[in-house]
Design a protein around this ligand. Structure first.
Ligand code: VGL
Ligand code: ZN
Length: 210
């Protein structure tokens, strides 16, 4: 098996709270774990992200008076969806799915740990300027291509892919090993935006055959 040294596999937020039984469960969220584990050995650079919020986080509806989940508010950096409390630091919900093969990871990136700012993307927080440090890591590893999968296709996978493309990487999103929240058409919007920006959407099988 050829190991791809130009590409990094970015595994986004495969955590209990985004899987069935979790606080912000994505339909079929747990079904992608085997596919991700099987693909990991193909890459030399393997990065996992972990949504990691304090319980006071500004993206939680519970921290805003008279606001319901999935309503939006305006924060200094723009519009913010209000989520159920999820991925609280140190809780079961923030842990990676128990079957995800963490032993294969090279780097774990935590995001969303600043109380006043959400962070969907693995590269920048939602103000689109506070870096996570991932771009620096990847550039010192001479990576030119990012392959993304995980949860959720229309939020953290989407924003990670868009930022990766903007930075200048070739970007592929593996659609069969990513699952969506799909809030008010967010999946369709994310897919058309990714396609219009030149991000390649493919299945794992298609990706392996190219
Ligand atoms: C995510 C909503 C809130 C995600 C994280 O991982 O897609 N979505 N926090
Ligand atoms: Zn979150």
């Amino acid at each position: 098996m050829d190991v791809n040294t130009d590409s990094a596999f970015l595994v986004i937020d495969v955590q209990n709270d985004f899987c069935p039984g979790g606080a912000l469960a994505v339909p079929e969220g747990g079904r992608i774990v085997d596919g991700i584990n099987q693909l990991l050995p193909r890459f030399s650079a393997k990065v996992f992200t972990q949504d990691w919020h304090p319980d006071t986080h500004a993206s939680f509806a519970s921290n805003h008076k008279d606001k319901a989940i999935y309503e939006t508010i305006t924060l200094p950096y723009g519009e913010q969806v209000l989520w159920p409390d999820h991925c609280i630091q140190g809780t079961w919900g923030a842990e990676f799915h128990k079957d995800l093969d963490l032993n294969q990871a090279n780097l774990l990136i935590r995001k969303g740990f600043r109380k006043d700012i959400d962070s969907y993307s693995a590269f920048f927080e939602n103000d689109q300027k506070t870096p996570t440090g991932l771009a620096g890591y990847l550039s010192t590893r001479n990576i030119t291509h990012i392959v993304c999968a995980g949860l959720a296709t229309d939020f953290c996978v989407y924003f990670s892919a868009i930022d990766a493309k903007q930075i200048g990487y070739h970007v592929t999103v593996l659609t069969d090993i990513s699952k969506a929240i799909d809030l008010d058409g967010s999946l369709d919007n994310a897919i058309s935006d990714m396609q219009s920006k030149g991000i390649v959407l493919s299945t794992t099988a298609e990706f392996l055959s190219t």
